[in-house]
Structures are given as structure tokens and as C-alpha cells.
Design a binder for this molecule. Structure first.
Ligand SMILES: [Zn+2]
Length: 58
């Protein structure tokens, strides 16, 4: 009897390559992300809240 384990990985094309440093969302190969220093953000609103960017009229 071998200790054989089947892996549940079925996707070929959309493997996650990283994780958003702000919300923990998986970042997939080919996805456009924002990077600030070594921090990775999965989308723009994540980036804005992550580094506290505000848009204001002065
Ligand atoms: Zn995110």
C-alpha cells in the first residue's frame, strides 16, 4: 500500500502566482497588479485603501 495522494490542482492556465498584500486575494498569472516597493495589490481600489491614497479637489 502506497501513500498516494491526489492533488486537487486542475487549472492549467490560471494558476495563482502571488497573493495581494492588502486583501489576501490570489493574483493570477497574466493579471495586472499594482506594486509599491515589495507590496503587491490586486486592483486599484485595493491599492488606494492599502496605501491610503485619496482623491480630492483643492
Ligand atoms: Zn487586494
Amino acid at each position: 500500500m502506497g501513500g498516494f495522494k491526489e492533488s486537487a490542482i486542475t487549472s492549467e492556465n490560471d494558476q495563482d502566482v502571488d497573493i495581494c498584500d492588502h486583501c489576501g486575494e490570489a493574483i493570477y498569472s497574466g493579471q495586472v497588479v499594482w506594486k509599491v516597493g515589495s507590496e503587491m495589490y490586486c486592483n486599484r481600489s485595493c491599492l488606494e485603501s492599502g496605501i491610503q491614497i485619496v482623491t480630492l479637489r483643492v
